[in-house]
Write a protein that binds this ligand. Structure first.
Ligand code: FAQ
Length: 313
């Protein structure tokens, strides 16, 4: 009875749009659901640095190099806010990294595609950050306080990222025919994987039911995907690029664009570890994590020393 009362009060709080904070009572399933989603979100931010890091040394100008460096550094920061938010739910950073390394925890499918040309850096900023913003703006209203606050800060930075990418695409689309071709080729390769970022259709999405009931998610996978498409089609038109979907068509009645079917086989193949770069991304993370062990140990030893000094004083 006591447990039922607590559950009822918890749901009432959620329904009244009140935030759940780390020390509040919460059902175990809510806690686990959040740890899964927030830690996977954090891993995505950190693994997401790899395709862009590939181009730091080859950025075509000092200006673009500085901007790209700042953007990638922001992604590391986003990962840290999110790991901290997940830690408030009672899981350690070490455990989360271990779950990533053993394949228990996922990260976004999108980062398993290669960044082959400089135009890909434009496409990542424009489409991948653009999709991330649509999802994260919605998550600003998520029911868990620390996650919601992390999202507010992240969204402010993310809008610069989207513009950085769109600027690259716009410049290339208005450049030489070869540059325009590179921009179109990048759009062709990144469009469908960007739509996959929103996850499976709602009727195939195992977690959406609970996520919506607990207001962890505020909009479903399909609703967010549609929002992203509606926003992005016009942006492509403005810079003279063509979205690679012959079925894309404005539907006056629905007030939305209709679009073609996503290749779900490809999606699940990538999610299950068999995309073009899955092994490379994970192996790189493991290697760098091991190489950085001494830094973490030194920082922890220094913190301990400072604490002991304070206690002695
Ligand atoms: N990739 O039942 P659902 C960024 C999994 S941040 C891989 O629908 P849910 C910034 C899902 O985990 C990008 N796996 O799941 C940036 C579940 O498996 P599980 C990351 C996927 O959680 C830009 C299973 O399929 N953003 O890009 C994917 O309700 C540039 C069933 O799916 C976030 O993480 C996928 N695309 O909905 C950084 C946002 N989709 O866990 C660097 C927060 C689904 O049972 C450079 N997360 N799965 O093993 C979310 O909004 C949700 O977790 C979804 C998935 C929408 C991703």
């Amino acid at each position: 009875m006591e447990e039922l009362d607590k559950l009822q009060q918890f749901q009432q709080k959620i329904d009244a749009e009140k935030k759940i904070e780390p020390k509040d009572w919460m059902p175990e399933d809510y806690r686990k659901h959040l740890i899964r989603q927030i830690s996977q979100h954090a891993h995505s931010e950190v693994i997401g640095m790899q395709p862009e890091g590939n181009w730091i040394t080859r950025a075509p100008s000092l200006r673009s190099k500085i901007i790209l460096l700042a953007k990638i550094q922001d992604e590391a920061g986003h990962g840290l806010y999110l790991y901290s938010a997940a830690e408030t739910l009672g899981i350690s950073r070490e455990e989360m990294i271990n779950q990533l390394h053993t394949g228990k925890a996922k990260y976004s499918s999108i980062f398993n595609y290669p960044s082959l040309t400089w135009a890909d850096i434009g496409a990542i900023g424009w489409l991948v950050d653009g999709a991330a913003i649509v999802n994260q703006v919605s998550l600003q209203r998520t029911s868990y306080g620390p996650y919601s606050r992390a999202m507010i800060k992240i969204c402010m930075e993310e809008s610069f990222h989207q513009r950085q990418g769109y600027e690259i695409m716009a410049k290339m689309a208005q450049g030489t025919p070869e540059q325009k071709e590179m921009a179109q080729d990048a759009l062709n390769r990144w469009w469908w994987p960007s739509l996959m970022m929103f996850g499976p259709h709602d009727n195939e999405s195992a977690h959406t039911g609970n996520a919506m009931k607990w207001k962890i998610k505020r909009e479903t996978n399909d609703e967010l995907r549609q929002k992203f498409i509606d926003k992005t089609v016009q942006q492509a038109e403005v810079i003279g690029l063509t979205i690679p979907d012959p079925d894309l068509k404005w539907n006056e009645e629905r007030g939305h664009y209709d679009f073609g079917e996503i290749d779900w086989e490809e999606f699940w193949r990538v999610v299950n570890g068999n995309g073009p770069c899955n092994k490379k991304r994970l192996n790189h993370h493991k290697k760098v994590h091991e190489e950085g062990r001494w830094v973490r140990e030194a920082a922890a030893a220094y913190a301990k020393k400072q604490k002991n000094k304070q206690i002695a004083a």
